[in-house]
Design a protein around this ligand. Structure first.
Ligand code: FMN
Length: 206
């Protein structure tokens, strides 16, 4: 029995393609692994606050030196970190915004990349502490990025996600991108069909 963390981040509800694809993955996964425990977080319903100067000071304070105000400031971040660390596998759905990630998912990352919790410094080197889990990002994009596209090479989303989680020690990271979703019916169908067939394949191999 594995523990799965599923997070949706699109500000859109039922119209969101990334949510729909992640839902399909989860449904297919549950059919194969009915005993797995799924924890769901919706960044649309429970927004993640941006970090502040006081939050940063608290996050770099040793646990034994935290004042009660500092501990209170870190409470939500601690809950997000606990939830992330407890998961064996994570499925995160993330739309592309301005060639990168939406600010709510960036705020989530800023709250979980925590010294002493998800990474530490040792002999001048950073060591990730969130080892051993598998991570799947399902992304949705309006345009396409393959050869011939004016946006080839513009994808700052995958690196932004990959490096933040690699920094925390996650090495098994996969991406399923649904591209071209805002380029008309034909391109949208192609982008969704391709993503759905990758989902069906990965559900069996993950
Ligand atoms: C504010 C905003 C910025 C966007 N920026 C990009 C972009 O840089 N590149 C891209 O391919 N699509 C971009 N899109 C299109 C979305 O990625 C696309 O519509 C996707 O399906 C949104 O995910 P969702 O359906 O899960 O909400 C943007 C959409 C919005 C609303």
């Amino acid at each position: 029995m594995a523990s799965i963390l599923h997070i949706d981040s699109s500000p859109r509800g039922d119209r969101s393609k990334s949510r729909k694809l992640a839902k399909e993955f989860i449904a297919a996964w549950q059919d194969l692994h009915p005993d797995d425990v799924i924890t769901y977080r919706d960044l649309r319903q429970t927004p993640v606050p941006h970090v502040t100067e006081d939050w940063i000071a608290a996050s770099f304070t040793a646990p034994e030196a935290l004042t009660s105000e500092m501990a209170e400031l870190l409470k939500f971040s601690d809950a997000l970190v606990d939830e992330f660390l407890a998961a064996d596998r994570c499925i995160f759905s993330v739309p592309m915004y301005n060639f990168s990630i939406p600010s709510n998912f960036k705020a989530y990352i800023d709250q979980v990349v925590r010294v002493g919790r998800t990474f530490m410094e040792e002999n001048g080197q950073v060591k990730g502490l969130a080892n051993g889990k598998k991570l799947l990002f399902i992304t949705s994009r309006g345009v396409e990025f393959e050869a011939g596209s004016p946006y080839k090479g513009w994808d700052s989303q995958e690196p932004a996600l990959r490096y933040a989680f690699q920094y925390m020690g996650v090495t098994d990271i996969q991406f399923i991108h649904a591209n071209g979703l805002d380029l008309g019916d034909e391109a949208r169908k192609r982008g969704l069909d391709e993503a759905q067939s990758k989902i069906q394949k990965l559900v069996n191999d993950w």
